[in-house]
Ligand binder design. Structure first.
Ligand code: NAD
Ligand code: MG
Length: 398
């Protein structure tokens, strides 16, 4: 039996906050042992007041000091720690049975791996960790006798449409179908994309999310990362995973079987549903999400994804097919390009161009070790920085 204690890595983010809402909707069910964030001490303090965890971690030291002063003054039972090592430490505490991995990007890799190695049930939102180091992550889950339960709504949907995992590959599956909303620029004129602003890219039509994943949704790199995520989670090849645009975001994904059956999971686009499913699994618990109004949802439409509009989807498929270090290169280049776009240093259409340039410069190699993955990640970021500089110079009139 795993202990009931829950650690939430990234509790101050969008998925983290939704997780705490589900926890509050089920009083006494999911005791919180640890909460972590990067630097938002005001929000983490409010979360500590409400949930009284044993540990709170902020990566930023000055913010952690501010948090510690307030926690002490209020007499809360919470000990405060700082730095990246502390994330790995709280993810491995013996009183923690499950870890919500909701840090964004490559920063989530080491703490998520630590949780897997320590045999925790890992509720995985941090898809980038699996994209970068899927082989190492799956190996860590097996070696630690842990478990991965997907939080990403598409993968959680597929998990619900497959038979319960028993260590065997599901039988008779013809393909997995990931749905994608298409984001805010699904029908925008192609020539308008170069000029879109970060706020326009982050204004998702159906989902409210952190800024990095919102940009990934607008480029559809998010769906590409999800194809790679699905291959690791469900032990399938990239060719077995199709992507379908479904602008209403009601069908969260599907599994097609040999006999022609297609099983879908539906619900309102609200992350509290997959979070509650994973927290309660195999039971069902309250989520606080609105109920789906089937009469109002009659217009469910599907269309193929267009890689001229969404070149990032094709780049991710290329990385998925190449395997080895290619997905880590893709992910690092994308993180740098998205950060540059959000800072106003790169055009929206520059994101795919930078990722393609970095992938052309760094060929795939078989993954040797975690250090190898981290080296490749660092090199890809350096090459991406040069590509971003070159793109900026090309755009700036002399
Ligand atoms: P977010 O930006 O809202 O939150 C990220 C969290 O990570 C915050 O708590 C932040 O403080 C922390 N963080 C950021 N940088 C860090 C660093 N260097 N070290 C330690 N902590 C750091 O992001 P989000 O939208 O909640 O997404 C989190 C993860 O979940 C991502 O991997 C995303 O792809 C995935 N996901 C999110 C959604 C969603 O609806 N938001 C849906 C599916 C999957
Ligand atoms: Mg998703």
């Amino acid at each position: 039996m795993r202990p009931a204690g829950l650690a939430i890595l990234g509790s101050t983010g969008s998925v983290g906050v939704s997780t705490l809402q589900v926890v509050s909707a089920n009083p006494g069910e999911f005791p919180i042992v640890a909460l972590t964030g990067y630097s938002n001490d005001a929000l983490l303090y409010a979360q500590c007041e409400e949930h009284r965890p044993a540990w709170a971690v902020l990566v930023d030291e000055a913010a952690a000091e501010r948090l510690e002063r307030r926690v002490r003054a209020a007499g809360l039972p919470t000990r405060v720690d700082s730095g990246t090592q502390a994330l790995q430490r709280v993810a491995s505490l013996p009183e923690v049975g499950r870890v919500m991995a909701a840090i964004v990007g490559a920063a989530g890799l080491l703490p998520t791996l630590a949780a897997a190695r320590a045999g925790k049930q890992v509720l995985l939102a941090n898809k980038e960790a699996l994209v970068m180091a899927g082989h190492l992550m799956m190996e860590a889950v097996r070696a630690g006798r842990g478990e991965l339960v997907p939080i990403d709504s598409e993968h959680n949907a597929i998990f619900q449409c497959l038979p319960p995992p028993d260590g065997q590959r599901a039988q008779g599956v013809r393909r997995l179908i990931l749905t994608a909303s298409g984001g805010p620029f699904l029908d925008a004129p192609l020539e308008s994309l170069a000029a879109v602003t970060p706020d326009q890219a982050c204004a998702h039509p159906n989902w409210s999310m952190g800024r990095k994943i919102s940009v990934d949704s607008a480029t559809m790199m998010n769906k590409g990362l999800e194809v790679i995520e699905a291959c690791w989670l469900f032990d399938v090849a990239p060719g077995d995973v199709d992507v379908m645009i479904h602008p209403q975001s009601i069908v969260h994904s599907m599994v097609e079987y040999e006999d022609g059956s297609v099983l879908a999971q539906m619900g309102c686009p609200d992350m509290r549903t997959p979070i509650a499913h994973a927290l309660g699994w195999p039971r069902r618990v309250a989520s606080g999400a609105p109920r789906l109004d089937l009469v109002a949802s009659t217009d469910l439409s599907f269309r193929p994804a267009d890689t001229t509009r969404f070149p990032c989807l094709a780049l991710a498929r290329r990385a998925a097919e190449a395997g080895g270090t290619a997905p880590a290169v893709l992910n690092a280049a994308n993180e740098e390009a998205v950060a540059a776009f959000l800072d106003g240093r790169l055009a929206f259409t520059g994101i795919a161009a930078v990722v393609a340039g970095v992938m052309d410069a760094i060929g795939p190699e078989p993954v040797q070790s975690l250090e190898h993955v981290l080296d490749v990640d660092a090199t890809a970021r350096e090459v991406a920085a040069r590509e971003i500089d070159a793109a900026t110079r090309a755009e700036t009139p002399a």
